[in-house]
Ligand binder design. Sequence first.
Ligand SMILES: [Fe+2]
Length: 294
Amino acid sequence: MTDYPVDMSVTPEVSGHFDPATNTISYIVRDPNSNACAIVDSVMDIDYAAGRITYDHADNLIAEIENKGLQLEWIIETHVHADHLSAAPYIQQKLGGKIGVGEKIMVVQDTFGKVFNEGTEFQRDGSQFDALFKDGDTYQIGGMNCFAMYTPGHTPACMVHVMGNAAFVGDTLFMPDGGSARADFPGGDAGQLYDSIQKVLSLPDDMRLFMCHDYGPNGRDIQWETTVGEEKAHNIHVGGGKTRDEFIAFRTERDAQLDMPKLIIPSLQVNMRAGNIPKDKDGNTMLKVPVNGL
Ligand SMILES: [Fe+2]
């Protein structure tokens, strides 16, 4: 990819909010020439053992936006997360903005609609979201041009969002010493993930990359920002010219040893609904546990 539908001389103001419960980083991204902003990958707090939902993390994002007098235009999900719940509808109710995700959400909805035995009232057409992005789709935050890049592999609906000189990579990449995310969820594919990572690494070397997760490997402090050049040189899974076959072999072997994320069951049910908690036939918010279904 050599033609970019964004102006890479634009440097958005990016503020990262780390959630220690899920190791997720949520972002507020501000157009430097206006008060317009977007949120990328918000988090809703859950005490799963107690079935209790709270909003401290989302309230911090909301407070920052209100304190700075910003206008929220977009609430972006890089993908259907399996390790945390999105707070998109809660934030939208308070601040407005459009909730956007990749159009392949329909594939994810179809897969997990079956796993959770959802009835016909669960739409599998992405209609729970305000915008469905295709590869290369452009949109604006204030006057700043942004585009969505289709990057499947971790999940079938993953997108990287490029905003000025900043790219929000979701779970396509981790920090160089963290490598890459797993590719063994239903619809995941290690070869596709390698190809998607190459697509991200074809962006200019000085493009800033912002991670969705960091686990502080080897005891280092949590970090979430790097560059394309750093990833190309040092990423432990794909840097230094690792081949596609090497990556697939490594990723497949590693993924076979990983436990399921602690919050995968509530996360999928909520996130495939754009962050809305499902309801039972009487209208009570309710989550299911499919026994031996995953
Ligand atoms: Fe993920």
